[in-house]
Design a protein around this ligand. Structure first.
Ligand SMILES: [Zn+2]
Length: 390
């Protein structure tokens, strides 16, 4: 630190200590949370407005008695004194998270790391927040070491180890999801479908954990925190689609992949609640991740479920458009480290689809087919991804 910047820092510290009022037009840090997973720790910083930033890594500097750390500058953000003492983490990967006012108009987050391999940064909205996942090898006990477990750092070698299914009814609470014909709300369709699916899965011998049992708001990172904490083996997110053109109808199933096609991008923008620019940023992040290891499993699961839905729904519900199993950049699928799919069970904006989605018997049939697809995945279908994205 130069003499000049030291003087500025002292002045700034003194100014804050004296209670100098904050500059106008700044936004706030609303909350800081963290979760510890077997291979990574997630830090979420909730802000009162969206910002652009990047994570920087600093190697340890013994001469200056500085340990290894990551930092991010938050332009236009005011922290004041609220987080001065830092937030201890101490989970073997991170020591602590510290926040401070770096300049009068820029806050700084410092993450003191104990073990560091790599990190990723995601920007989520509603509310605006930064998600920083820090990956590393935890030395202390607590890591699960089940052979073939994807979270053991190896590939899942055998889908037959699938025991626990995480059922994730999309949206809820303040977030209705898509609203369609006659005011049909996506969040109601997904909750209803989830209850039917959970019963079928339990009857088929799966353990089931759900991310919401009633009409409440659940953030994307909370959904994946539930999945990781429950040691889920696969993640199934339930949604209903919407399109500006009312004639568009059908069922499709997505699996995570950094690549995509144009239609997937539109669905992902709606489901992620982000703009095109933010989605581009997400894809740059995804390109750096090792999702390729889990992707073939997600793809196979998506194909099996989509095949069931496209071919085995009773004919009394009429012709159902098979939109296929596709790649898509969905946050909720990337945020967890397990095979994951997202099912769009029909368009609430299409008259025929909406009528079916209101019908309990139809939803029961959809639940049966999803459960059968999961059973086929667990019981080891021999083909890997017969259906390519189309
Ligand atoms: Zn949705």
């Amino acid at each position: 630190m130069t003499r000049r910047s030291l003087v500025l820092l002292l002045l700034l510290t003194a100014a804050i200590a004296m209670g100098v009022s904050r500059p106008r037009g700044l936004a706030d840090v609303l909350d800081v949370r963290h979760w510890s997973y077997p291979d990574y720790t997630r830090v979420v910083i909730e802000l009162s407005k969206p910002i652009e930033t990047q994570v920087r890594h600093l190697a340890p500097n013994p001469a200056a008695k500085k340990s290894e750390r990551l930092y991010l500058d938050l332009p236009g953000i005011w922290v004041g004194r609220d987080y001065k003492s830092g937030i201890p983490v101490g989970d073997g990967l991170l020591r602590s998270v510290r926040l401070g006012q770096n300049t009068l108009r820029t806050a700084r987050v410092v993450i003191d790391v104990e073990q560091y391999d790599r990190h990723r940064l995601l920007f989520l909205t509603h509310p605006d927040r930064l998600v920083i996942d820090v990956y590393g090898r935890r030395e202390a006990a607590g890591r699960r070491a089940v052979p073939g477990d994807p979270r053991d750092g190896r590939l899942p070698t055998d889908a037959r180890s699938v025991r626990t299914v995480i059922v994730d009814p999309g949206h809820g609470g303040a977030d209705p999801g898509a609203i369609g014909v006659g005011g049909l709300r996506e969040k109601d369709v997904t909750l209803r479908l989830s209850k039917l699916l959970i019963a079928k899965l339990r009857a088929a011998g799966f353990e089931v954990v759900t991310t919401r049992e009633n009409d409440r708001s659940v953030s994307l990172e909370e959904r994946t925190a539930i999945a990781e904490a429950s040691e889920g083996d696969v993640f199934v997110s339930l949604h209903a689609n919407a399109a500006p053109r009312r004639t568009v109808q059908g069922i499709e199933t997505f699996y995570p992949d950094a690549n995509h096609e144009r239609h997937s991008l539109r669905v992902a923008m709606r489901e992620n609640g982000v703009s095109r620019d933010q989605l581009d940023e997400l894809q740059r992040t995804l390109a750096k991740l090792r999702i390729g290891e889990i992707s073939p499993y997600s793809q196979r699961l998506a194909s099996l479920v989509q095949d069931q839905l496209a071919q085995a729904l009773p004919s009394r519900y009429g012709k159902i458009q098979d939109l296929g199993a596709k790649k898509g950049p969905f946050y909720v699928l990337f945020l967890s480290d397990m095979p994951a799919i997202l099912i769009e069970a029909g368009f609430v904006t299409n008259k025929s689809d909406a009528k079916r989605l209101r019908n309990g018997d139809f939803l029961d049939s959809v639940a049966t087919q999803i459960s059968t697809g999961l059973e086929r995945y667990r019981d080891g279908g021999s083909t890997l991804a017969r259906r390519n994205s189309k």
